[in-house]
Design a protein around this ligand. Structure first.
Ligand code: FAD
Length: 455
């Protein structure tokens, strides 16, 4: 039996979830605050891009659209580190055939909406901002900001996929026993661009995620299919005694150029619109949001960033949101094996039980990876650790899996990756204390190291 579903938000997660719901026969109405930008002309490959990895791919495969997305994605096989002198070092992310994929957020979202709209039982409504929800009656009110008209929609369930500043979560916050935290980093981010060469080729190696790690701040660049790179500068908003470099010190053309000359000299010749981009593009904040419960009775449920927004340093925000959709679909299948009608209350309960501990774990891992990316990736000791761990993984592929591999190239629960990674770190700390480890690491007793992890 089908249910009438109101889905708030046609972002990446809402659009993918609408496909899964439609394939199970539900009547899905998606309400999106923004206009339909597919009708406003292509945004093209220049827009912000995201790293898509195994968890995201598994969900896209289950929705039957893996190949469609492969066609618009570029593989990145490792990190290309740019040191202060402009020297390059390449660190593979995993084994030879493993890569994460750069994909344009706008194009990915467009493809997901196009696929969803082909299902007869999905309908998108744009310029519809969710204002409030009467949870007990599952009635949502939307405001059309262009026409200043209101629309009241009653359904069997309401799902909030409306992002980090979710209006649906705002309604749940009014319910008893709802827990909520938000935590801002002192860092913000700004997007910059490296355009393609005249012949359309990339100005940097296109099969890598480029990083300029500079201790308390960093610049990264991800390739686009049109030959350009989208770069993101992560830097503190405000300077203090310990941190002299911050956005508040970059107010004039001279200050901006001098900052780049000092820290990222090799990008200046390949960023012709640096000053314009820097001044025009906003400086945005980075927030971690956790909440529980995600659902109220069998009526309302949150998914994606609405329930677990994380900082972007593990490239897992969208991937974990897509993994939410994968599990949501699995739980719909579990219900359908038991009953003709879905018991939404039981489904929401299974869903949050599975996802809350794991999305809390990826929130911790994402903050941890910021420190690793900006501070440690350039450190020779860190590089040696990675080499030793790669050797362990090569010899014992299922008994020692590096944390990055667990998060990025497996479906192991994030909480398992967090806890196992902590144990691995303790073992590695002891190994790194061994005398002359730089020269003797090839002769370690590999079997006993792996046994320590298992014990
Ligand atoms: P959103 O993408 O935010 O979509 C929410 C939708 O709801 C939007 O369309 C919005 O307009 C709509 N909406 C909001 N409020 C309302 C309302 N009141 N009524 C109706 N509609 C509403 N993740 C990765 O996996 N890999 C990466 O490399 C990566 N890089 C990132 C880099 C940066 C700088 C940032 C900030 C994030 C990055 N992420 C990455 C995270 C990723 O962008 C998010 O996790 C993902 O977009 C979440 O999707 P969502 O659909 O839940 O939310």
């Amino acid at each position: 039996m089908s249910s009438k579903v109101t889905l708030v938000g046609a972002g990446l997660v809402g659009s993918l979830l609408s496909i899964f719901l439609a394939k199970k026969g539900h009547q899905v109405e998606v309400f999106e605050r923004r206009p339909d930008y597919r009708k406003m002309g292509a945004v093209g490959g220049r827009s912000i891009n995201l790293a898509l990895s195994e968890r995201g791919w598994r969900a896209l495969k289950a929705a039957g659209i893996e190949q469609k997305i492969k066609d618009i994605a570029l593989p990145m096989r490792g990190r290309m580190m740019h040191d202060i002198e402009g020297n390059l070092t390449f660190q593979p992310y995993g084994k030879e055939n493993q890569a994460i994929y750069s994909v344009s957020r706008a194009i990915l979202n467009e493809v997901l909406m196009d696929v969803a709209e082909k299902e007869q039982n999905v309908k998108f409504h744009f310029n519809q901002r969710c204002e409030n929800i009467d949870i007990k009656d599952t009635e949502a009110t939307f405001l059309n900001e262009e026409e200043q008209t209101k629309n009241r929609v009653k359904s069997d369930i309401v799902i909030g996929a409306d992002g980090a500043f979710s209006a649906v979560r705002g309604e749940l916050q009014k319910m008893p026993l709802f827990n909520y935290t938000q935590h801002y980093l002192p860092h913000g981010y700004k997007e910059l661009t490296i355009p393609p060469n005249e012949d359309g080729s990339h100005k940097l190696a296109p099969d890598a995620l480029h990083i300029w790690p500079r201790r308390s701040f960093m610049l990264i660049a991800l390739p686009n299919t049109d030959g350009s790179f989208t770069c993101t500068l992560f830097l503190r908003f405000e300077s203090d005694k310990e941190h002299q470099e911050a956005f508040d010190k970059l107010t004039s053309d001279e200050e901006i150029i001098s900052f780049f000359e000092t820290h990222f000299a090799d990008v200046i010749p390949i960023m012709p619109t640096l000053l314009e981009d820097f001044k025009q593009n906003p400086t945005s904040s980075l927030v971690t949001i956790r909440c529980a419960p995600w659902a109220y009775q069998g009526k309302v449920c949150l998914i994606g960033d609405a329930s677990h927004a994380i900082v972007p340093f593990y490239g897992q925000g969208m991937n974990s949101g897509f993994e939410d959709c994968f599990y949501f679909n699995e739980f719909m299948e579990k219900q359908l094996k038991k009953n003709k009608n879905i018991d939404w209350q039981e489904l929401f309960s299974d869903f949050q039980e599975e996802r809350i501990p794991n999305t809390n774990a990826i929130a911790d891992l994402a903050i941890q990876n910021f420190i690793e990316m900006r501070d440690r990736v350039a450190d020779p000791e860190f590089l040696l650790r990675k080499k030793i761990e790669a050797k362990l993984h090569e010899q014992f592929p299922s008994r020692w899996i590096p944390q990055y591999t667990m998060v990025t190239f497996s479906h192991l629960p994030y909480s398992y990756a967090l806890n196992t990674g902590k144990k691995q770190e303790q073992i590695m700390n002891e190994i790194m204390k061994k005398e002359d480890i730089e020269n003797n690491w090839q002769n370690l007793d590999w079997e006993s190291i792996v046994e320590q992890l298992q014990s």
